[in-house]
Design a protein around this ligand. Structure first.
Ligand SMILES: Nc1ncnc2c1ncn2[C@@H]1O[C@H](COP(=O)(O)OP(=O)(O)OP(=O)(O)O)[C@@H](O)[C@H]1O
Length: 610
């Protein structure tokens, strides 16, 4: 038992104010029982102390922690510690990692860093430190990560010529001058929010991850050729079709004004004739309560825009003549029989919930399967998170991200209650989540995975959201949905795509990356830099991180269930409303309604949020 270290810790405990009770008792073993304390192998010394988010207030009492002379890792992050940087920390010569971020420290940084010769990670961000950055930081030859962001540091940035330095953040201070040459290798966001004079000295913005490939947005007709040809294929013999095509081509060409090509004109005409004889068997099936008034023909006439090609086919935005805008998804490779397809559509189409995007209609013919749903003007959560980095980007604030998480959780939990508890989403990801009119997450593309051909393994791996036990994309389960939702939470917290690159050739799997960072006690490093500007949210982010990590555990049976997740995420928001009463709405009144133009009865008949 390290008696002297134990006494130093007790002296610390007795002289600080902390709101959470620590189980540090004189009578219990410091090395095996005390929260946050780690000893060395022979239990002769305390080597690590981690007290994040323990509600510690006030200055660190002098001559307490500084007696832990063997300590290597010291984490007091996310507390309310005030006062100046403890000068007696200079005695902690074995420190390798010092985490004091998210506190209320003020005053200057220590002028001399030379005693911490083993220091590798220094995080003093999100305090109120002022004065200049001491040049002696350059003496820290083992430094790999330096975070001084969100302080009030001023003066010029010293030439920190430390080759081992891999991560640097000096954003949101009052620094002046230009970025020294030795630091030009770091991305521009590391220096943003300062008064740096020469823009040219700032390296070009490097995105946190490569921009998510955006779907091509070219105006395009809704593939009439394919759709119409296929509609015909089922009922008319080939030679009849050709004959009709020729007749229609000449008789109707004047009526088809506005269509882009001659060949498309022909095919639209064909479709008209064909669909008349087809209607009985192959028609758009609308769901109850849908007040959209159009038929397949209108849909095919609509001026359409390709929103993107997804796993299951191509998605179009179609503007109908009555100014209604809908989204049409043309499904490729649907191997299931019509009956099975219709049954699944009936289950999905009957869902009316504020956090589930309503399926409005579907179409099934032998060779063509379409779904029609509401269009969300603002785009998907994926586009919001990764769409526009750099200048001009409107960051997603913490409140918005919380509401996205709550809405998506409620939507998924509701889906899991459908069809006698057998409905699974199967493809939860940020590009399938939109914002409803209240700004809550709203989930779409439900249950399609079960109808499609299984995805080949490389595509599945690339997806990044898929639970490790799911080898056949059609066989998703409630707990694999939970895994995907966990990845979504990590994505909201980190701002990183599920599969991203850190600059090298290798793709980084978000779940693995988060694990590795958290394991190394770099928790604060995982959070999206865009979130660091919002005060007092770190504890909430850490709680959310914990939920996300619980959802992505390897063993499916150890993952929490959706209704419990809803409660946990809602609790974070409840706390956030209490902490920041200015938040615009309270949880109980946050009943969300669908946003889109095609929304109808859902807003009145929808059940209250889960
Ligand atoms: N209802 C909608 N409103 C607005 N944008 C949509 C809508 N549905 C889909 N999108 C967008 O259209 C693009 C293509 O969507 P699609 O669903 O085909 O592919 P995906 O979501 O990338 O992948 P997956 O097929 O696996 O769901 C995506 O950027 C998606 O966010």
């Amino acid at each position: 038992e390290p008696v002297e270290d134990k006494q130093a810790l007790l002296d610390f405990l007795h002289n600080i104010h902390h709101s959470h009770s620590l189980n540090w008792k004189q009578s219990s073993s410091v090395c095996s029982k005390w929260t946050g304390v780690t000893c060395n192998g022979d239990q002769s010394r305390v080597v690590a102390l981690r007290l994040p988010g323990e509600g510690i207030q006030g200055p660190i009492p002098p001559n307490t922690l500084s007696r832990l002379s063997a300590i290597q890792i010291l984490s007091l992050r996310s507390n309310g510690i005030s006062g100046s940087f403890p000068s007696d920390f200079s005695k902690l010569e074995n420190l390798t990692s010092l985490y004091l971020q998210f506190n209320n420290f003020s005053g200057p940084l220590p002028t001399d860093f030379s005693m911490w010769k083993n220091l590798s990670i220094l995080d003093l961000s999100n305090n109120r430190f002022n004065g200049s950055i001491p040049t002696s930081i350059s003496n820290l030859t083992h430094l790999t990560s330096l975070n001084l962001a969100n302080n009030s540091l001023s003066g010029v940035i010293p030439d920190i010529n430390v080759p081992s330095l891999q991560s640097l953040n000096l954003a949101n201070n009052n620094l002046t001058g230009s970025v020294p040459l030795s630091l030009l290798r770091f991305p521009s966001w590391a220096f943003s929010g300062n008064n740096l004079s020469s823009e040219s000295a700032i390296p070009p913005a490097l995105p946190l991850q490569p921009p998510t490939p955006q779907p091509p947005r070219k105006a395009n007709k809704l593939s009439e050729p394919a759709i119409l040809g296929i509609v015909l294929g089922g009922c008319v013999l080939a030679f009849v079709i050709i004959a009709m095509l020729m007749v229609c081509c000449y008789s109707k060409k004047d009526k088809e004004g506005g269509l882009p090509t001659k060949s498309q004109k022909k095919e639209v005409s064909l479709e008209k004739n064909a669909s008349e004889s087809q209607d009985k068997n192959n028609r758009l099936v609308f769901f109850e309560g849908c007040n959209l008034a159009f038929d397949l023909e209108d849909l095919l006439r609509a001026s359409a825009e390709v929103l993107g090609k997804g796993t299951f086919g191509t998605t179009y935005k179609a503007a109908l003549e009555d100014a209604t805008t809908v989204v049409v998804k043309r499904l490729k490779e649907v191997p299931v029989a019509k009956k099975e397809f219709e049954q699944q559509m009936e289950v999905i189409g009957s869902i009316r919930h504020p956090n589930v995007s309503a399926l409005r209609a579907y179409y099934y013919s032998k060779d063509e399967k379409l779904t029609v749903s509401d269009y969300y003007e603002q785009g998907s959560v994926s586009a919001m998170l990764h769409g526009k980095r750099g200048e001009g980007r409107i960051p997603l604030d913490w409140e918005t991200r919380l509401k996205i998480a709550i809405g998506a959780a409620r939507g998924i939990a509701h889906i899991h209650t459908q069809n006698g508890g057998k409905l699974v989403h199967g493809n939860i990801k940020a590009s399938n989540i939109f914002l409803n009119s209240e700004g809550y997450g709203c989930i779409s593309d439900i249950g399609l995975a079960a109808l499609m051909s299984p995805m080949p393994p490389p595509a599945m791996r690339a997806a990044g959201y898929r639970a490790p036990e799911v080898t056949d994309s059609r066989k998703a389960t409630n707990s694999s949905d939970v895994y995907s939702f966990g990845v979504l939470l990590l994505e909201l917290l980190t701002g990183k795509s599920p599969i991203h690159s850190t600059g090298g050739d290798e793709a980084v799997h978000l779940v693995r990356w988060v694990h590795s960072v958290v394991r190394e006690e770099w928790t604060a490093e995982v959070f999206d830099i865009e979130l660091l500007r919002y005060p007092n949210i770190e504890e909430e982010m850490v709680e959310m991180l914990q939920i996300g990590m619980n959802c992505v555990v390897r063993m499916p049976e150890q993952r929490p269930k959706m209704p419990d997740i809803v409660k946990m995420v809602e609790d974070i928001r409840r706390g956030s409303i209490e902490n920041r009463p200015s938040t615009e709405t309270n949880l109980e009144t946050a009943v969300s309604t669908p946003t889109p133009q095609a929304a109808d009865e859902a807003s009145t008949s929808a059940p209250p949020p889960q």
